[in-house]
Design a binder for this molecule. Sequence first.
Ligand code: SF4
Length: 262
Amino acid sequence: MSSTGENKGYVHALETFGLVDGPGVRFVVFLSGCKMRCKFCHNPDTWNKKGELWEAEALYKHMRRYKSYWKNNGGITISGGEPLLQMDFVTAVFEAAKKENIHTAVDTAGQPFCEDKEWLEKFEKLAAVTDLFILDLKMMDSDGHKELTGVDNGNILAMAKWLSDHGKKMWIRHVLVPGITDEEDDLKKMKEFIGSLKTVEKTEILPYHTLGTIKWKELGLSYPLEGVPVPTEKQIEKAELLLGLSFDKQIRRVVSAVREQS
Ligand code: SF4
């Protein structure tokens, strides 16, 4: 049982050989449940908390069979859906991993973050056993963010600041959707915000893709970004420039290809 309580979690999918969600080779766990409704979401089938119910120690035991792949700072990543909605479970899995000094990462959109004392105490316990937070920043303009995702970005930005103030390493990710999340002013503000954080190791642009649209249809949902094109190489380069990034084109193509397969 974890030091925080809940020992079971709803798992949507497992990926044994992840190459993009943290350093090295990763075992990636996708939990179900998310309260955001991003219009570009390519996993709407993770929104409801359902799926296989795993016990934390059993899940870790299953993952550690792949331990020989985790050299050079590889390890385990828990993604979603939104993993912070099952925070006690994630903490329990990571507590087991840290006993063996395995690198741990959470891939989160940060929406559940709040300053409530009880919530924050649990989050501190999670942070204590998490080596890396991979945080999605969708947009800086709060109204635009609400329009795009269904929620404003106040607690997401607050979480980034909390992680920075508490010395927790972060990778920031931004999904680039043409005409929506590539606005010049917004990207400049994002650069400024990221620059104000002390613990960001890496910032990445994830070019929007349409591979998830089929899932929306399967769920009987109409896809809100119908007709929105994927960004061109030029648009990606412009956004990289505005965010102050330099990214080798060839590496970007490899990363995009791996991501699209996952
Ligand atoms: S936060 Fe992630 S899982 Fe949730 S709606 Fe947005 S893209 Fe989908």
